[in-house]
Design a protein. Structure first.
Lengths: 115, 121
């Protein structure tokens, strides 16, 4: 199973943008994977936000605002979650996920602090 | 409206077998391109995927836990059951039941509230 790496923490101020990363190991190509993103607040289950494969293949979870968006940085073999116009309620843990060999792999999660 | 609810013991002893039931509503596991899975989260730690069962009874398991897990469905009761053998204190976690569906891709789009299982003698 591949190891998917997320920075443990990130911070930004209200109104700013937050860019959260999800790095795949070098032996697999981010271009071949859908990257899924989940938000989890304390005491609650994760919430599905979106998936991103390419600009022509992406999807938003039900009721998820458009200020949550996905992208990829092929040069860094990384999936990206961009949250624009940060709100205080965006403070949460964020997990990325991929399907690999018919199994799910989660990243270790990033705790986003909205200062 | 899709809902899922996990049930089972809150405390199990080491070496025992854990049996968890996911009771769902708002969909049927006889519908093509649907599945129900299990994911767990130890306290303060990251999510870990365990298993999924699909409408056609195809089953997939976490490679690291495959020998300990069994997932089954009862479509007449809208239940999915996960059993995990040889429980250990490191298996202490909140266990989530998850709906997965295919629309261009398989997303884990609806989650139960989770049930905390503690493994202790």
């Amino acid at each position: 199973q591949p190891v998917v790496t997320q920075p443990p923490s990130s911070s930004a101020s209200p109104g700013e943008s937050a860019r959260l990363t999800c790095t795949l190991p070098s032996d697999i190509n981010v271009g071949n994977y859908n990257i899924y993103w989940y938000q989890q607040k304390p005491g609650s289950p994760p919430r599905y936000l979106l998936y991103y494969s390419s600009d022509s293949d992406k999807g938003q979870g039900s009721g998820v605002p458009s200020r949550f968006s996905g992208s990829k940085d092929a040069s860094a073999n990384t999936g990206i979650l961009l949250i624009s116009g940060l709100h205080s309620e965006d403070e949460a843990d964020y997990y990325c996920m991929i399907w690999s060999s018919n199994a799910v792999v989660f990243g270790g999660g990033t705790k986003l602090t909205v200062l | 409206q899709i809902t899922l609810k996990e049930s089972g013991p809150t405390l199990v002893k080491p070496t025992q077998t854990l049996t968890l039931t996911c009771t769902f509503s708002g969909f049927s596991l006889t519908t093509s391109r649907l599945g129900v899975g299990w994911i767990r989260q130890p306290p303060g730690r990251a999510l870990e995927w365990l298993a999924v069962i699909y409408w056609d009874d195809d089953k997939r398991y976490s490679p690291s836990l495959m020998g300990r897990l069994t997932i089954t469905k009862d479509t007449s009761k809208n239940h999915v059951v996960l059993t995990m053998t040889n429980m250990d204190p490191v298996d202490t976690a909140t266990y989530y039941c998850v709906h997965t569906s295919y629309s261009n891709t398989w997303s884990l789009d609806y989650w139960g509230q989770g049930t905390l299982v503690t493994v202790s003698s």
